[in-house]
Design a protein. Structure first.
Length: 263
């Protein structure tokens, strides 16, 4: 189902996004790879070796999507279509509510929520025109419940669920699918780049992430979820049980969450 298709992947210069680039290329798809790190994108493209011509590096910053409509139009003119849009890029947080200034909440929302929906809104009309497509957003296990030191991050991810469920309901008639990826613990650099209350990088690998699944395994799970047209794609191991505990036994969830080491 991926041969001769086009997949646009944000956050493609590292982590899950990088592994997804390799998965899509391996399966015969052309990839538009985006992030705010052009050298990183070029490294990922070069790592595709003899299939590197299937990767198109299109850098832009999710914090500033003012020119996104033009960027999407240029890619449509160059490649012709977009079959999959995987909104992987985002930023996390490591700060208590009382030490997080409002401008930092806005910055996290600008990247995680508004950056994601800006690209989605720009791509959607072309998918409607071609009467097909699959759009995915990346939430988080903490996009389903609150978690210490993640107030703005958790809120921005929870907002994506409302948007993408509506997207699905409005566009089924155009044969456009929508999924939300819900990662738990995956070994990525997200905690290194997470923002502290001062707006600087946390610069540490969280213990939980260090013990998580690999980005390659995460990409495999996401690909399988796409093939099965799953509305929510859970990516992780035992920690994903918290989703069910929060839903059916909220009192137990709050006891557990209060004891979890959050950094």
């Amino acid at each position: 189902m991926f041969i001769d298709k086009v997949a646009w992947i944000t956050g493609a210069s590292s982590g899950i996004g990088e592994s997804l680039v390799h998965e899509f290329v391996r399966r015969g798809a052309t990839v538009v790879a985006s992030s705010n790190d052009l050298p990183g994108l070029e490294r990922v493209k070069a790592a595709c070796a003899d299939k590197s011509s299937m990767v198109h590096c299109v850098p832009f910053d999710l914090a500033d999507t003012s020119g996104i409509d033009k960027i999407v139009e240029q890619q449509i003119n160059t490649i012709g279509r977009i079959d999959f849009l995987l909104n992987i890029g985002g930023i996390s947080q490591r700060a208590r509510i009382d030490e997080t200034p409002l401008w930092l909440d806005r910055k996290i929302f600008e990247i995680n929520y508004f950056g994601t929906i800006a690209l989605t809104k720009a791509v959607l009309p072309y998918m409607i025109r071609q009467q097909s497509g699959h759009i995915l957003a990346t939430s988080s296990i903490s996009g389903r419940f609150g978690f210490p030191l993640r107030s703005a991050y958790s809120a921005s991810k929870q907002a994506l669920h409302g948007f993408f469920e509506t997207l699905f309901l409005e566009n089924k008639r155009f044969n456009i699918r929508s999924s939300v990826i819900i990662p738990g613990r995956v070994r990525t650099s997200i905690s290194f780049h997470a923002l502290t209350g001062e707006g600087i990088e946390h610069g540490k690998l969280d213990e939980g992430l260090a013990n998580g699944i690999s980005t390659e395994k995460a990409a495999e799970i996401i690909i399988k979820g796409i093939m099965r047209n799953k509305r929510e794609i859970l990516v992780g191991r035992g920690e994903m049980l918290l989703l069910h505990i929060r839903r059916y036994f909220p009192w137990l969830f709050f006891r557990i969450a209060d004891k979890i080491k959050s950094t």
